[in-house]
Design a protein around this ligand. Structure first.
Ligand SMILES: *Cc1c(COP(=O)(O)O)cnc(C)c1O
Length: 384
């Protein structure tokens, strides 16, 4: 443990070590899965271990995963949830009625639709801004007596707009609002929003953090333990949206290879984006790692070492021709989600309502860690 204070470990080492675990009773170098939902007291009625009373908060398996996520994001503490949506909902549950929130007008559809429904019932007012232009956050705040929360997702899903996190933080803080960044897509390997002024980071750990498409989990990380954080932990304690011990253990296991997976997937994505641009059957490639992308400059500033594993492209054709491309793929699987070791493709226009404006000729590619030659062979035969 003392090594942390001598020299800050790199993220690759941090995840590989998984919080420096050595089991003191067996010497085992991987942690056990603690499935107990309750913990015994001694004959003077003192808890045998002060940290453990009941499994809704106290579980060594998920506390260990929380510590790794907090360190990856350079936050003070993290809390694990049963899913990304459970984590996100918990933040909104702590806002009072009459609050005002500012959200991007194009973002991950699950968050967009849930916040719209929930905020309506909870008497929370939403204003929307253009995620390709962080300055527009200030416009979205106009007319509100106060703003409580500003939400950033960057790059956005699936349009790949890039939002300047540092600028969003400045604008939010000038109005005393908190800045929350959904860091699911870039991962803490490439972007650490808490170091750029964000107050909270949220994750769908279901995606790249776990990386194997076999766990649903979410996390919130805080820059500091303050009154707001106490409210969020009280909400999780009360509402109890925690993962099971086995899920937390799988997540910890998945995270041990996070930096390798994230780097390989981002390299593959960059290569695919570059090559897709050369195909006549493609109208446009949306990936912030391309110099032609309007968010390239901001992405270079706030994404370090890679631009993530999500990209979208527009096929030169209509919905039918676009779906036909997906249908011709053999290696790449047609399925929703992202951040797994396997490459997935999705026609978001088929799954989102028309009002979100996702073009009918857009395909979203969630790139995995397969060999680039195999991925490219498959994409190339489907697109030529
Ligand atoms: C998947 C996802 C979520 C929701 O997470 P779940 O774990 O599916 O509940 C939230 N934000 C983004 C950006 C996502 O990709």
């Amino acid at each position: 443990m003392s090594s942390y204070t001598l020299k800050k470990l790199s993220q690759a080492t941090l995840v590989a070590k998984a919080d420096d675990y050595i089991d003191t009773t067996t010497g085992g170098i991987t942690p056990p899965i603690i499935t107990s939902t309750t913990y015994a007291r001694d004959n003077r009625y003192h808890p045998i271990n002060d940290a453990n009373l009941y499994g809704r908060d106290d579980n060594p398996s998920f506390i260990q995963a929380e510590r790794v996520i907090a360190e990856l994001e350079q936050g003070e503490e993290a809390l694990l949830f049963a899913s990304g949506m459970a984590a996100i909902a918990c933040i909104f549950y702590t806002l009072g009625s009459g609050s005002h929130v500012v959200l991007p007008d194009s973002m991950y559809w699950g968050v967009f639709s849930w916040t719209r429904n929930y905020c309506d019932r909870a008497d929370i007012r939403i204003s929307y801004y253009d995620p390709a232009n962080a300055e527009s956050i200030a416009d979205a705040m106009q007319g509100a007596a106060r703003t409580d929360l500003v939400w950033v997702e960057t790059p956005t899903n699936p349009m790949m707009h890039v939002t300047d996190i540092a600028l969003a933080a400045d604008i939010a803080h000038q109005a005393d609002a908190m800045l929350v960044v959904d860091n699911t897509t870039p991962t803490p390997i490439f972007t650490q929003p808490l170091t750029m002024g964000a107050d909270l980071v949220v994750h769908s750990a279901t995606k790249t953090l776990n990386g194997h498409s076999d766990v649903l989990a979410g996390a919130i990380v805080t820059k500091e333990v303050d009154e707001r954080w106490e409210k969020i932990s009280a909400e999780r304690h009360g509402a109890g949206a925690v993962p099971g011990a086995f899920e937390a253990w799988l997540l910890l296991r998945g995270m041990r290879t996070l930096s390798l997976r994230a780097e390989r997937a981002a390299q593959n994505t960059m290569e695919i984006a570059t090559r897709l641009q050369t195909l006549p059957s493609i109208a446009q490639v949306l990936y912030p790692g391309l110099e032609s992308h309007p968010g390239y400059g901001v992405a270079c500033k706030q994404m370090n070492g890679g631009f993530g594993s999500l990209l979208s492209f527009l096929v030169d054709g209509d919905a039918k021709q676009t779906l036909a491309v997906a249908g011709k793929l053999n290696l790449v699987i047609s399925a929703t989600s992202l951040g797994g070791v396997e490459t997935l493709i999705e026609h978001r226009h088929s799954v989102e309502p028309p009002e979100t404006g996702v073009p009918e000729n857009l395909l979203r590619l969630a790139v995995g860690i397969e060999h680039i030659d195999d991925l490219w062979d498959d994409l190339h035969q489907a697109l030529t």
